[in-house]
Design a binder for this molecule. Structure first.
Ligand SMILES: Cc1cc2nc3c(=O)[nH]c(=O)nc-3n(C[C@H](O)[C@H](O)[C@H](O)COP(=O)(O)OP(=O)(O)OC[C@H]3O[C@@H](n4cnc5c(N)ncnc54)[C@H](O)[C@@H]3O)c2cc1C
Length: 309
């Protein structure tokens, strides 16, 4: 493992580097390989400096949030990873038209934001309660559930311009949010505009959504939904109708509870998940003529991987 340009930048800026970090620590699926280098800048400003300088020197980085939508390829991955795990500051930033503005650095988890909302008397992200997602990943994917989506609450994002190194502020309405489609740049922080909400209402929503998830989604490690829903057709239903629930490959299994989840039953590799996903997509195409498109992101070296920066 020779020195990389990012190592020098990290040393100069005081950014922590961890070497040989396994998928079981970085992702919720837990199967897969090992990242040779993970950089953990403290705070949004330091992350911006680090990422801009790496970009200026021609280094590409993969930004990792909660790892709940990312599967790491098997083996050793040399593409440098910028983890937002040390960028978790959340604070009330003001008020606008009766809504409470809450600014969260991009590595803040749903639970971090909900804790500040509880103190501030507002709410909104309960639909993702219990999921290990970061707000950066949620804005990137426009995470949604139970008829609600992240975009509903995004007031402003702070995005890195990797060329100038500047932090650009964008109103929520300036991002072209769609179904699982959000901001494409490196999100450093997000300001949400949340409605005022009583503690009873917030808890009712939070506990209700957690209970609904427990009933419908498997508890074993996964990367969430494997496929995007294809228009009116729910991917999980098509996989169920194709009789594929419970199908296994190595340590991976198409969940018996929800056809659109592939779970790691223990010791599953990334190849197990990719193989099962391919089988499910093939079977659904043969039986129903529907092409399923993957929803998860893959962290791996080389093409066709699309690096963030
Ligand atoms: C049990 C379970 C349940 C889930 N339920 C739902 C659900 O109900 N609805 C739903 O929509 N999703 C769901 N997911 C998927 C996942 O939680 C969301 O897609 C979430 O938005 C991913 O956030 P993350 O921080 O974990 O992203 P990661 O997996 O870390 O990253 C996902 C993508 O976002 C990029 N990214 C991460 N941080 C940033 C950043 N700061 N700036 C720019 N890009 C960034 C990554 O590079 C990658 O391309 C579920 C996942 C699990 C495991």
């Amino acid at each position: 493992m020779g020195e990389r340009v990012c190592d020098g930048v990290a040393e100069r800026l005081g950014v922590e580097v961890r070497r040989g970090v396994s998928a079981s620590l970085l992702t919720t699926y837990r199967g897969g390989g090992c990242a040779e280098r993970v950089y953990l800048p403290c705070g949004a400003e330091r992350a911006a400096e680090f990422a801009a300088e790496c970009a200026a020197r021609g280094e590409r980085l993969f930004v990792m949030g909660g790892g709940s939508k990312t599967v790491m390829a098997d083996g050793s991955i040399s593409l440098p990873v910028l983890s937002t795990a040390n960028m978790r500051r959340v604070e009330v930033a003001g008020f606008d038209e009766g809504r409470v503005l809450v600014r969260a650095e991009s590595g803040a988890r749903v639970a971090d934001v909900l804790a500040v909302c509880a103190e501030a008397g507002c709410g909104g992200l309960e639909f993702m309660a219990g999921v290990r997602a970061s707000v950066g990943g949620m804005v990137r994917m426009n995470a949604g559930a139970f008829g609600e989506q992240t975009a509903d609450h995004v007031y402003e994002t702070e995005i890195l311009n990797p060329v100038s190194g500047e932090i650009v502020k964008k109103r929520g309405s300036e991002t072209d949010f769609g179904y699982r489609r959000g901001e494409r740049g490196f999100v450093l922080a997000v300001t949400f505009a949340f409605p005022v909400m009583s503690a009873e209402e917030r808890e009712r929503r939070r506990l209700g959504y957690i209970a609904a998830r427990r009933a419908r989604q498997p508890a074993l490690p996964s990367c969430g939904s494997v496929f995007r829903n294809a228009g009116e057709a729910f991917a999980g239903e098509l996989i169920e109708r194709a009789g594929m629930k419970g199908m296994r490959l190595g340590g991976a299994e198409i969940s018996r509870l929800h056809g659109n989840f592939i779970v790691n039953t223990g010791g599953a590799s990334a190849a197990d998940l990719f193989g099962l996903a391919e089988l499910a997509a093939e079977r659904v195409r043969e039986l129903f003529g529907v092409s399923l498109e993957k929803e998860f992101e893959i962290l791996k070296d080389g093409l066709p991987f699309r690096a963030n920066l």
